[in-house]
Design a protein. Structure first.
Lengths: 112, 113
């Protein structure tokens, strides 16, 4: 079946450095790729998303890039801050239904 | 306030005792989903619904049932819970398929002994 691979599973970066999380998907019909942040004990919340007709999207310190040919998409966080520490999930979905496949998550630690 | 609510938030039950977790949204969203979250496995979709009386299986539907009799409500039913259904469950809704932010409920932590 369809799946989404997410790497790395854990990432530690020095405060102020950049963090990159990568995902690959298998369903070529996928055309919507959201990223969620989940803080400890809380619900996932959308931080940025991208559709397949766009190659890159940026929102302040957060950016997402999509390579549809290679079925890769990545989350980039620049100038990391302590509040960026959380688990991040990528996901892929398609227009024809509401089936959504999530990656297994990346635990991001921001080191002081 | 726009929100997704779930009840109960915490539940401890015994094997085989039927239970229902309720989910309600006040945003008039067409699409609703149930997920389970387990350590190291991320979020896995159990069932989703694209409209009233329209439901479909996600990745891990075994052992679960859902119904969508009203647009705002999407209950999750475990007819005969087993210990492997011990998990954190999230309900979510969104306005349209293939795009649009998905809003998650606060989660229900279920323990089956």
């Amino acid at each position: 079946g369809e799946n989404v691979e997410q790497h790395p599973s854990t990432l530690s970066v020095q405060e102020g450095d950049s963090a990159v999380i990568k995902c690959t998907y298998s369903d070529s019909a996928s055309n919507y790729f959201p990223w969620y942040k989940q803080e400890l004990g809380k619900r996932p919340q959308l931080i940025i998303d991208i559709r397949s007709n766009v190659g890159e999207k940026k929102d302040q310190r957060i950016a997402v890039t999509l390579n549809k040919t290679a079925k890769h998409f990545s989350l980039h966080i620049t100038e990391t801050q302590p509040e960026d520490s959380a688990v991040y999930f990528c996901a892929a979905s398609r227009d024809r239904d509401d089936k959504i496949i999530f990656g297994k998550g990346t635990r991001l630690h921001i080191l002081p | 306030e726009a929100q997704v609510t779930q009840n109960p938030r915490y539940l401890i039950t015994v094997t085989g005792k039927k239970l229902t977790v309720t989910c309600s949204q006040n945003m008039n969203h067409e699409y609703m989903s149930w997920y389970r979250q387990d350590p190291g496995l991320g979020l896995r979709q159990i069932y989703y619904s694209m409209n009233v009386e329209v439901t479909d299986k996600g990745d891990v539907p075994e052992g679960y049932k859902v119904s969508r009799k009203e647009k705002r409500n999407f209950p999750l039913i475990l007819e005969s819970p087993s210990p492997n259904q011990t998990s954190l469950y999230f309900c979510a809704s969104r306005h349209r398929a293939g795009g649009g932010e998905q809003y998650f409920g606060p989660g229900t932590r279920l323990t089956v002994t």
